[in-house]
Ligand binder design. Structure first.
Ligand SMILES: Cc1cc2nc3c(=O)[nH]c(=O)nc-3n(C[C@H](O)[C@H](O)[C@H](O)COP(=O)(O)OP(=O)(O)OC[C@H]3O[C@@H](n4cnc5c(N)ncnc54)[C@H](O)[C@@H]3O)c2cc1C
Length: 447
């Protein structure tokens, strides 16, 4: 099969198995005929993290059983191919929500551990791995191993954020968070520039969830203008009826499919300038308070199926970095606005303390995510320049979104990579588990 991540770049071929049981999975490992192998889940990582060019891929979508739930404590044991949407659909009516969710609910729990995903609440609760207590894994030897903070802790920590390179997660235990219902108390605040973003972020301590959309075409005194969104799960069941955001989301969902708009020309600097300015100006000045459903708050992009096709057949790249200091964010934005390339959708957020080592991405500072149509070589050169700014500032690029970081920059950004690789090599001395990303960054045997 030809496989790609959400950015549809790159596209790599792999021989695929779609096991339904752990027996099938063990068989796929045993019969790989000397090829390397990797778990490919919902393919919502953007670049080549879930690809294994010319090797084997295990599609985990059928390993999707819910195994056990304790309604007293909220601990849930599920197979790795269960999606967050499946958990949300079943558990919100029972008063529970996943502890950390990304910008789409269509990711699996296996992928959430593989990339150790962060959400809008990172500054308060850390990342997904902080809420997982046990993993059951198929390791390179063919054995099934259970690991947690006491049993094989080194395997547990290397797998959380380990990009699928330590083995295949079969099942895991995650702690759900109690909620009163589907409602979110939300505030949105129009911010006129980057300084205002930092001011509002600093005074948002009462909110569990924060994120800001940012207009990445605006420059000069408007640099960093955007809409700051903050919210929390409503503390009691509130009367909730669909507002304009929900109605819009519903209409879009029933009418829109990104594949209808696939074009290499739709998104250019001119259309992005108009789109970004329109989004900014539609937001009233000051603060707006609303009660909204969790879907438009957490997953606004899920409203349009296949929205990734809007970027055209060449695909797109997301560049997500975190830097410890504000000045580097300004430098990055200035570097981008000085080019003829533009980011269609950009978000910025302040992370909380670091809770993981190894290849996990989040660290204290400011994270910025920029989506660029695949402009080819000029884009790659721009992103290399951004890497230099990020590495010099002591920051890093998110591997779950990456398709092109070079090995040297990676090693500067992730100084603990060698310790991580030692653990990996101990559990997989022959390099059975590999990915296109792992070989590109020198993370697996022989690369
Ligand atoms: C619209 C959108 C918004 C997003 N927002 C965020 C965000 O806010 N925060 C964030 O952190 N990420 C975000 N992401 C990225 C996404 O959450 C992660 O890339 C996530 O890992 C994707 O999960 P998946 O199930 O699609 O896994 P895949 O993309 O298929 O795989 C991701 C990695 O996990 C490994 N993996 C998957 N399953 C297993 C398994 N069973 N055992 C071992 N390894 C496994 C794979 O080998 C691969 O390395 C976003 C993505 C999209 C498309």
């Amino acid at each position: 099969m030809e496989l790609s991540g959400w950015g549809r770049y790159p596209v790599h071929g792999a021989r695929c198995a779609r096991p339904e049981t752990r027996g099938d999975l063990q068989q796929a490992l045993a019969e790989r005929n000397g090829d390397s192998i990797l778990a490919h889940a919902a393919g919502r990582s953007y670049g080549d993290a879930a690809l294994n060019e010319d090797g084997r891929a295990v599609l985990t979508e059928r390993l999707d059983r819910m195994l056990e739930f304790d309604p007293e404590t909220g601990w849930l044991r599920v197979e790795a191919g269960v999606t967050l949407k499946e958990i949300i659909d079943i558990f919100v009516p029972r008063g529970w929500f996943p502890p950390v969710v990304p910008g789409t609910q269509y990711v699996t729990v296996g992928g959430a551990v593989g990339c150790n995903i962060h959400g809008k609440n990172h500054h308060q609760v850390g990342s997904f791995g902080d809420h997982v207590r046990r993993l059951e894994m198929l390791t390179a030897s063919g054995d099934i191993v259970t690991c947690d903070r006491d049993n094989h802790p080194e395997l547990f920590w290397a797998t959380v954020g380990g990009m699928g390179l330590t083995g295949i997660i079969l099942s895991l235990e995650v702690q759900l968070e109690p909620v009163a219902g589907p409602a979110i108390e939300m505030e949105s605040i129009r911010v006129e520039n980057l300084d205002e973003f930092f001011e509002v972020s600093a005074e948002s301590g009462d909110f569990t969830h924060t994120v800001s959309w940012i207009d990445c075409v605006a420059s000069g005194s408007n640099l960093g203008r955007g809409v700051f969104m903050r919210g929390r799960h409503a503390s009691e069941e509130v009367e909730w009826s669909p507002g304009p955001m929900e109605k819009l989301a519903k209409t879009l969902k029933s009418a829109a499919d990104g594949r209808l708009f696939e074009s290499n020309w739709l998104l250019n600097r001119a259309t992005m300038r108009i789109g970004n300015a329109a989004y900014f100006h539609k937001e009233p000045k000051g603060k707006t308070e609303q009660i909204v459903h969790y879907e438009p708050f957490f997953f606004p992009l899920d409203a349009i199926d296949h929205w990734n096709h809007i970027y055209g057949s060449r695909g797109f790249l997301q560049y997500q970095c975190v830097v410890p200091e504000r000045e580097a964010i300004r430098e990055i934005l200035e570097e981008v606005t000085a080019t003829s390339m533009a980011s269609f959708l950009s978000v910025i957020k302040e992370f909380g303390p670091r809770t993981h080592t190894g290849l996990s991405f989040p660290e204290p500072g400011i994270t910025l995510a920029l989506d660029f149509p695949n402009y080819g070589e000029p884009l790659m050169e721009l992103l290399d320049r951004l890497d230099a700014i990020v590495a010099t500032a002591g920051g890093r690029v998110y591997l779950g979104k990456d398709a092109r970081l070079d090995r040297q920059s990676f090693r500067k950004m992730y100084p603990e990579w060698e310790e991580w690789r030692d653990v990996r090599d101990e559990w997989d001395p022959d390099g059975v588990f590999q990915s296109s990303l792992g070989r590109r960054l020198g993370l697996v045997k022989g690369s």
